[in-house]
Design a binder for this molecule. Structure first.
Ligand SMILES: Nc1nc2c(ncn2[C@@H]2O[C@H](COP(=O)(O)OP(=O)(O)OP(=O)(O)O)[C@@H](O)[C@H]2O)c(=O)[nH]1
Ligand SMILES: [Zn+2]
Length: 217
């Protein structure tokens, strides 16, 4: 990537192309779905609710997770976070959720994520080492397209619904100012306690609500 392509350094040419917009009624509320193509040719979508402020918009940048978001897997907390984020945005009266395709499995893809889950179940590895054991990065996600979408929507700073400081760093790198990191905590379950503990201990995720759950584990 050349310097002129980095949004945060200089937004000289579009990093995403806005292709389509439509009303999207959901069980959470009625959003505007805005569809994009990013530079890799990947289809992306943002759900926009209400009149979004350019400064301090309540925003969720959600990494795709087929197993959690669609199948309701309890291995991770993605599905619950997705629903909670949409509810929070509707309660707030405005906000945006960018659903990032290409982020599956923290960027390693669906099949490698399934293998990582198998390694956690069968070999006792944690979620970090299960990527490393496959010769893959712990986190391969790129936030260029997500930042480009927010910029296209006229958003300059966000209150980011996330527990992950690295997400804040990455969006900042691409020119999105984070005015506040808003916790997006959902109740843990017996299937994901260890997984969440690893995220807190090895990936610096801010998950203070686990302390109480760990006391009993
Ligand atoms: N490699 C791998 N990816 C996983 C695993 N479990 C969930 N994921 C993926 O992790 C991604 C979500 O990343 P997380 O680290 O859970 O959370 P985050 O999005 O960085 O942080 P928050 O904004 O706080 O939700 C999704 O794309 C999931 O598919 C796993 O065991 N291994
Ligand atoms: Zn998940």
């Amino acid at each position: 990537m050349t310097a002129s392509e980095v949004v945060g350094d200089l937004p000289r040419r579009a990093v995403v192309e806005r292709v389509v917009e439509t009303r999207l009624p959901t069980r959470h509320g009625t959003f505007r779905a805005v569809g994009y193509l990013d530079r890799t040719g990947t289809e992306q979508v943002a759900l926009v609710y209400g009149d979004v402020s350019p400064l301090g918009a309540l925003t969720r940048v959600h990494s795709e997770c087929l197993t959690g978001d669609v199948f309701g897997s309890t291995h991770c907390e993605c599905g619950d976070q997705l629903a909670a984020a949409l509810d929070r945005i509707v309660e707030e009266g405005s906000g945006v959720l960018v659903y990032v395709q290409g982020h599956e499995g923290r960027g390693i893809g669906l099949l490698a994520k399934l293998e990582a889950m198998r390694l956690q179940q069968d070999e006792g590895l944690d979620t970090v080492d299960a990527n490393v054991a496959q010769g893959l990065p712990v986190d391969a996600r790129d936030y260029h397209a997500a930042a480009g979408i927010l910029t296209d929507l006229g958003i300059r700073s966000v209150r980011l619904l996330s527990n992950n400081p690295k997400k804040v760093e990455q969006l900042t790198r691409y020119g999105i100012r984070i005015s506040e990191q808003v916790p997006l905590l959902v109740p843990p379950n017996p299937e994901n306690l260890r997984y969440l503990r690893t995220k807190a201990e090895r990936m610096a995720h801010l998950l203070p609500h686990l302390d109480q759950a760990f006391a009993g584990s």
